[in-house]
Design a protein around this ligand. Structure first.
Ligand code: NI
Length: 415
């Protein structure tokens, strides 16, 4: 357990430290502004050279080069194609981490920007090019600040977020060893650039994979009484699952079950002996998440037993829900409001049912992830994962200052 209660109480701060904070915030803003052309150049380079999950070799080498050039200690090949950089503090017994992800998507870019993807069929359509740049910018600013923090600040550059594997690879290679808090960021096109979104509690959903195989008995299409129709029973299973969500699940603990694929049957006049259903299951509350496999099996079993079919269920746990830590989110909110003013820091009322493997790190240390507004005010904003997705690059400085000042405040409070 960690004691963050001191974040909650600012009364101990004297005027001198307020003045110091103000000048430190101005200094961080100046450094980030001065780095802006370089950061835009970095982001455009990464954008033009996207790499798929698990293949981020060139991106990792490029990131390692930038980190080394600003005096950050680099450890390559952490989490397969990931890496970490470390800004060394006074002692190495305490550690705060920032995580950014580096992979792109199998999407053909349809923007007209001059730095559009040079790799056919691969695109940074989820803004991970911006995340990587914000991570680098934060490392550059903190390394130029002239402050030696009480502990180390570790920068995790993670691969393979889009296939929900990279965080596991990083953790397996020790990236979370000794970490006592972790921060992260994701771009969000529906928040305008210059603003950020903060969320208390659940930010994203748990996402699990589901496969159900229904096994009946084949027979002549004209003689159903001699067969067990797997297609009809599968349709009962789907309908019962959807109705049971509304009648047996707590409506204040949302979940989504989508069967996205169904296959089975051999011929129009032959009753199907087997049907395979696959889908995704999203949930927010940890208790709902824990109960899902048993709940699904009970429904599938009762339908199949009623009509004499057999079944097999393969339930694969994906990433859990991202649950932002209260005290670290308060620290982030206070730092961001000081940097940008209250009207540019939105408290998000709702989570997303998307998933994010940042949740894996939160099994090892408390943390918080915020949404970085990248929306244009004067043109259409396409959603994440869209072939025309673009970002307002002024958001890079907003992200860097927010993270750098939050880390500074983290060390102030823990110093
Ligand atoms: Ni993403």
């Amino acid at each position: 357990m960690h004691d963050y209660s001191r974040y909650l109480d600012d009364t101990g701060e004297d005027l001198l430290s307020n003045a110091h904070n103000n000048s430190m915030l101005s200094r961080i803003k100046e450094l980030a502004e001065a780095l802006k052309p370089r950061l835009i150049e970095i982001r455009r380079h990464i954008h033009a050279h996207p790499e798929l999950s698990g293949q981020e070799h060139q991106t990792a080498a490029y990131v390692a080069g930038v980190l080394s050039s600003c005096g950050i200690v680099v450890q390559e090949a952490v989490g397969k194609t990931g890496l970490i950089g470390e800004l060394v503090g006074r002692t190495d017994e305490r550690l705060v981490a920032i995580r950014t992800d580096m992979d792109a998507l199998p999407i053909t870019e349809r923007t007209s920007v001059e730095f559009a993807s040079r790799r056919q069929g691969i695109m940074h359509a989820c803004g991970h090019d911006v995340h990587t740049t914000v991570g680098l910018g934060t490392a550059m600013v903190l390394s130029q600040l002239g402050e030696v923090f009480p502990g180390n600040t570790r920068f995790l550059f993670q691969p393979a977020e889009e296939i929900a594997q990279g965080a596991k690879w990083m953790v397996k290679d020790g990236a979370m060893n000794d970490v006592s808090a972790i921060f992260s960021v994701h771009v969000f096109p529906s928040i305008p650039a210059g603003s950020i979104g903060i969320r208390y509690g659940a930010l994203t959903a748990a996402a699990d994979d589901l496969e159900i195989i229904i096994m009946g008995e084949s027979g002549h299409g004209a003689r159903p009484h001699e067969a067990i129709d797997a297609i009809w029973i599968a349709s009962q299973v789907i309908t019962t699952l959807q109705q049971a969500i509304s009648r047996t699940q707590n409506p204040l603990r949302p979940m989504v079950l989508t069967i996205g694929q169904i296959s089975g049957g051999r011929a129009p006049n032959v009753i199907a002996d087997q049907v395979r259903l696959t889908g995704t299951v999203r949930s927010l509350h940890p208790d709902t998440h824990a109960d899902l496999p048993g709940w699904i099996e009970s429904i599938v079993a009762s339908v199949c037993n009623t009509f004499g079919a057999r079944y097999e269920i393969n339930y694969r746990r994906g990433v859990p829900s991202v649950q932002n830590d209260l005290a670290l989110t308060q620290l982030l909110e206070a730092s961001a409001k000081e940097a940008w003013g209250s009207d540019r820091v939105q408290i998000l009322p709702e989570p997303s049912l998307g998933s994010e493997d940042f949740a894996i790190y939160l099994q090892h240390a408390p943390g918080t992830m915020f949404r970085l507004g990248v929306g244009f005010r004067d043109k259409q904003n396409y959603p994440l994962h869209h072939p025309q997705f673009e970002v307002d690059e002024s958001a890079i400085v907003t992200g860097v200052v927010t993270l750098a000042y939050t880390i500074y405040q983290y060390w102030q409070k823990r110093g």
